[in-house]
Design a protein. Sequence first.
Length: 294
Amino acid sequence: MRAMWKGSVSFGLVSIPIQMYAATENKNVSLRQVHEADGGRIQYKRFCTIDGQEVPYAEIAKGYELPDGEMVVITDAEMAELPLSSQRTIDVLEFVPLESIDPIQYDRTYYLEPQKNAVKPYIVLRDALHKSSQVAVAKVAVRQRESMAVLRVHADVLVMTTMLWPDEVREPDFPFLRDDPPQIRPQELTMAGSLIDSLAEPVFEPDKYRDHYREALEEMIEAKVAGDETTKPAAVTAKADVVDLMAALQASVDAAKKSRRPADSAESISEASDEDAKPAKKKPAARKRAPKSA
């Protein structure tokens, strides 16, 4: 694992320097979008919808769109100036029983490792937290976003799980909740309870479950490799440009006009003006006026 964040756990007057690691990883098989005919990768580019030009990452800012379509542009420098009181600090606010927090509020989980000079206070906090049978509620800012978090002990390591803010959890508002509940017979409730009892286990053992879909996908990929069913995409010889729709349409119109233009009247068409609609006998007069317009 590679440390993704460094800071400290603030516990009263004690500050414990730590390094943070992602505690989980996605094991899904990574698949790319490719052209079915030749295996070439499908590429996406960042381009401006106004000028049609590709935009380098250094020139990309953040924007907040107003209801009327106006855009508020916010630069990275302006974002950095916003106050984050908990930046680089996991600030412990209170201790509560773990069961008092609904899992719907959990977001992401991270391991906290003590830095070399902070092992002792780290272990003191870890053991005291474990002995109390409670978890610490804290506030932390990671990647320019402030979150509530829970500190608890897992496998002798302090674990931090970020939480959603209360207004980020949607309220269930379904029609059936406002209707009169149907009549439930005692026998139906008893039968449902019996089904629960028949599937009940004393503890949750996640290792007995497997991702059968991922295993089947991996087996299919291995079979294709073993059967030499692979495609080597041709080398990219030119950099694809972002297509400007308006420019492409204008070019098509110009090409269509040129293909319909008689060869012996190319000069008269290039000088076309309001006189194009006049009879042919007046064309010499138009040529006499040409020097004046020049």
